[in-house]
Design a protein around this ligand. Structure first.
Ligand code: C5P
Length: 223
């Protein structure tokens, strides 16, 4: 069987994971949420007060982190050293720190290495910021997703609300997205940028079904 990688990159809260999950389900591929890995690392760094200005401290921390995915129905359930952290990594303390921590060169090298290993001889859909540029530059199908920032903030706010959050305001969500987009696109180490061969998908006015159809059309030739 073929070993096909579908790379999905784009701004924060653009629906990357929703499309990635739908594609994986439809095609029977494995879905890998690379953002969840950076979020889990961030949670570990916050809890352990890791000094980001010290390479030795960062290296040491990375050696004490073991991440695992449990695919239940293509939701991404991630464990950090055996602890289920899927919900906690979506909350504000992690969201507010993840872009700084994921800009660290040592953190990125370790995550990229693990992400490349996870896709070896498997059919996968991976979403993130640098999948089509750095992790899988030779992926045959790449999407670059974008949407109106206000719509993105509203979608993420509703998602938080539906999970019982009532402390974070829509404005805070909007600010956080803007901040992460800025940090992600301007960092030195593999910044968020569209790979030259990535197909742009602006989903501001598209339903989830329309996005899936659009993506499937582009994937079909490679199946
Ligand atoms: O995808 P998600 O929004 O959960 O990612 C959280 C953060 O992790 C991003 O804002 C970005 O800073 C970082 N990230 C990254 N590279 C990836 C995936 C996520 O730097 N491949």
């Amino acid at each position: 069987k073929k070993n096909l990688v579908i790379a999905i990159d784009g701004y924060s809260s653009c629906g990357k994971s929703t499309l990635a999950k739908a594609l994986a389900k439809k095609l029977g591929f494995i879905y890998i949420d690379s953002g969840a890995m950076y979020r889990a690392v961030t949670l570990f760094f916050i809890r352990n007060h890791v000094d980001m200005s010290s390479d030795a401290a960062v290296e040491d921390a990375l050696q004490h982190i073991e991440l695992n995915f449990h695919s239940r129905d293509y939701e991404s359930h991630i464990t950090l050293n055996g602890e289920e952290v899927s919900d906690e990594i979506r909350l504000m303390p992690v969201s507010e720190n993840v872009s700084e921590i994921s800009a660290n060169k040592l953190v990125r090298h370790e995550m990229v290495k693990q992400q490349q290993r996870m896709g070896k001889s498997k059919n996968i859909v991976m979403d993130g910021r640098d999948i089509g540029t750095t992790v899988y530059p030779h992926a045959p199908v790449k999407f670059f997703m974008t949407a109106d920032p206000k719509i993105r903030a509203e979608r993420r706010f509703k998602e938080l609300e539906s999970k019982g959050n009532n402390t974070t305001t829509l404005e805070e969500v909007f600010e956080n997205l803007a901040h992460r987009d800025y940090a992600d696109t301007t960092r030195k180490e593999s910044p968020l940028v569209r790979a030259e061969d990535a197909i742009i998908l602006d989903n501001t006015d598209l339903t989830q079904a329309e996005q899936l159809d659009f993506a499937l059309e582009h994937v079909k030739p490679f199946l």
